[in-house]
Design a protein around this ligand. Structure first.
Ligand code: MN
Length: 265
């Protein structure tokens, strides 16, 4: 049997230290192939390039740079370039956390999300610090979690979002399964003028605030644990579907329905 094929991507770009850590930490588990953006693509979310050509460059054995997003990288690799379906898709290790609502902005999470959409076991890894001192610990955690996913698989339409505190391996308290917390971005919009007197805007001023609730990803990392959040493809709020039953209208009713009638909660 072939060795497991592991596709590695990230959003910090092909030269980011976390990518090298992730690729080398997984070498013992199978054949590692790297397809990563040629520059920093942080916070591109699940963006995909549909309106321009994409170029791929092999930069060394098993390493490729793509002038696109993490989603582009995974799509090109899985659907065309790898030659066979990978057994695992991993993304990271991101320089900085992807906790709570970060997951929808994150290019790191999107790389794994795309793997999930292609029905492959997929994991996003992020280091808590923006200047990590303990890459070796993060790499060891990534290897352990990837090994588990290769051995046991992952639930259908589910990816893992893993956040790793920046401490030595021996100082990690363990691993906790968590649910997505709530990140409260203040979204400060900074308004200034450029040297030619033209206005510009910059999103994001102060550090975001978050709510530490029991069982959340924030709670786990704050207490020294690795957080593993299983994320599901389907964002539907099933519990609320009943509330929208009165919107189930057939065509004639749709046009007859009064638009100003107050609806109950
Ligand atoms: Mn990033």
């Amino acid at each position: 049997m072939d060795r497991p094929l592991i596709l590695v991507t990230n959003d910090d770009g092909v030269h980011a230290p976390g990518l090298a850590v992730l690729a080398s930490s997984l070498e013992g588990l199978g054949e590692v192939q790297v397809y990563a953006p040629d520059r920093n693509q942080s916070a591109v979310g699940h963006g995909i390039s549909l309106h321009r050509p994409l170029r791929v460059q092999q930069i060394k054995d098993g390493w490729h740079s793509v002038d696109g997003t993490p989603t582009d990288c995974v799509l090109l690799a899985v659907k065309h370039l790898l030659g066979r379906r990978p057994d695992l898709v991993v993304s990271g290790i991101n320089n900085g956390p992807n906790l709570g609502d970060d997951v929808t902005y994150s290019g790191t999470v999107a790389g794994a999300y795309e793997g999930m959409l292609l029905d492959l076991p997929s994991i996003a890894f992020s280091a808590l610090s923006r200047e990590p001192n303990h890459w070796d610990a993060a790499g060891a955690v990534a290897c352990r979690v990837a090994e588990m996913a290769l051995a046991k698989g992952l639930p259908l339409e589910t990816m893992l979002n893993v956040n790793i505190p920046d401490v030595p391996l021996g100082a990690l308290k363990g691993i906790r399964p968590t649910h997505m917390g709530r990140r409260r971005y203040e979204d400060d919009i900074i308004h200034r003028e450029d040297p030619r007197g033209v206005s510009y805007y910059w999103i994001g001023g102060e550090e975001p605030k978050h709510v530490i609730a029991d069982g959340t990803d924030f709670d786990a990392v704050e207490n020294g644990y690795v957080s593993i959040t299983p994320l599901h493809r389907d964002l539907t709020n099933y519990a609320s579907l009943d509330r929208f039953e009165d919107l189930r209208l057939s065509l004639p009713e749709f046009f007859e329905a009064p638009t100003d009638s107050p609806r109950k909660n």
